[in-house]
Design a protein around this ligand. Structure first.
Ligand code: SF4
Ligand code: SF4
Length: 403
């Protein structure tokens, strides 16, 4: 990104892209040789991606490092073999300088450094001759983005413009707030530390949060994306779901199209997902399945039977249509969702309280318990993402249960 601002702004395309190509490859395991083969096959299927890689010198690979504590076998984070294989290919075939970077989902001193170590991204980087770019330890600035609909002042590393290409390398997972998490949402990890929590406060409802993600995506413009779906996550993703062998590695120069393809693999209508519907409406990529050409095996070759959807299935229709002021008023109390802590599972680690953007979780010295203040809870799911013992569940107030 020689000039971050102008390159990012190029994202705003003059017209709707009419088609996009997704390359797919079957990959049975995280054996490095198998992953290398699958990554190479995807790139061979995509001449436009080869062109993008040829034109890049300095590349940032952005894996999903949601968990700072779990190892690769938990399959919450992008697997290091996928990142290593891609970094090797970029260096060896395209002569690129490669960095691997993210800011993890958990706040706290050194949490991203721990995520890099526990996810084994440091080893992947070393093996591939890449460097580590810890988003949380970079100098920061707030980038003014007037084209954003909600997220107009975006905190980012101020040296992000050293990269002339960002590649989203996400994990195939469901998400209890946004239905799925894929290449587009993965860009949220480039917002350092507490900036992510502020974004949740700025946009507490699903539709608004999707707009924030869309704004960020429009600004950052990753021009290539890969998805690690060798082992994906169903049900209570992105951190507490069940693992599912999908055996998929896929790529595209249109991250929206790749997100849409993966949503279909997980059994969703892509345009029913607010984030993808907004990307479609804002011409940020091809989300409509009819516009996506697949090279390699099709959706049906990967889609597992009875892939479990996240339990919340997004926010109920009634809360989407309520005016913001009304949502924040009386009706919130009877129509919203809120977090609840299962005291039997809770380890009293405090991660949820540290990561709650609205300070809705407090420790009671008398009972020695963490509990949630429902009135303050904005149902952002940050606590469910970071809880190491799957002790937080989202509950529905009575009006929502009727919808
Ligand atoms: S609910 Fe989870 S994150 Fe919160 S204190 Fe208990 S174990 Fe830790
Ligand atoms: S309690 Fe959990 S869901 Fe509610 S605002 Fe805090 S982090 Fe978000």
């Amino acid at each position: 990104m020689p000039d971050a601002k102008s390159t990012m702004m190029d994202m705003h395309r003059s017209g709707a892209p009419s088609s996009a190509t997704v390359g797919t490859a079957r990959c049975l395991s995280y054996n490095l040789g198998s992953v290398r083969k699958a990554i190479r096959l995807c790139v061979e299927e995509l001449p436009d991606m080869q062109e993008v890689f040829r034109g890049a010198h300095s590349v940032l690979l952005k894996p999903n490092l949601l968990s700072s504590t779990r190892d690769p076998e938990a399959h919450i984070n992008t697997h290091p073999a996928v990142v290593q294989a891609l970094a090797e290919l970029l260096k060896e075939e395209f002569n690129c300088e490669v960095a691997i970077g993210d800011s993890t989902g958990s706040l706290g001193e050194g949490s991203t450094a721990r995520a890099i170590e526990n996810s084994q991204m440091d080893r992947a980087a070393q093996a591939a001759g890449a460097t580590i770019y810890n988003v949380d330890t970079q100098p920061r600035h707030v980038l003014r983005f007037p084209a954003g609909r909600i997220f107009k002042d975006i905190p980012l590393p101020s040296n992000l413009d050293q990269f002339d290409l960002i590649v989203s390398v996400s994990k195939l997972k469901t998400h209890t707030l946004t239905y799925v998490t894929g290449p587009v949402k993965n860009m949220f990890g480039l917002v350092p530390g507490a900036g992510k929590k502020q974004a949740h406060l700025l946009a507490p409802r699903l539709e608004e949060f999707s707009t924030v993600l869309c704004d960020l995506y429009a600004l950052l413009h990753p021009r290539a994306a890969f998805v690690d779906g060798v082992i994906g996550m169903e049900g209570r993703g992105p951190a507490s779901g069940a693992l599912r062998h999908v055996e998929l590695i896929a790529a595209s120069c249109d991250p929206v199209a790749l997100d849409s393809f993966c949503a279909k693999v997980m059994g969703f209508d892509p345009l029913s997902i607010p984030l993808l519907a907004q990307c479609h409406e804002r011409n940020l990529g091809v989300a409509a399945p009819g516009g996506i050409v697949v090279r390699g095996e099709p959706v049906s070759a990967f889609a597992p039977k009875n892939f479990a959807k996240p339990p919340t299935d997004g926010q109920a229709a009634i809360t989407r249509v309520l005016p913001r002021w009304l949502f924040r008023g009386v009706l919130k109390a009877i129509s919203s969702r809120y977090a609840d802590i299962d005291q039997g599972r809770c380890r009293r680690c405090g991660e949820c309280a540290r990561n709650c953007p609205s300070q809705a979780i407090a420790f009671d010295e008398r009972t020695r318990r963490y509990s949630v203040n429902r009135r303050r809870c904005i149902a952002c799911h940050c606590c469910t993402e970071v809880c190491p013992s799957d002790a937080v569940r989202m509950q529905s107030a009575w009006l929502r249960r009727l919808t």
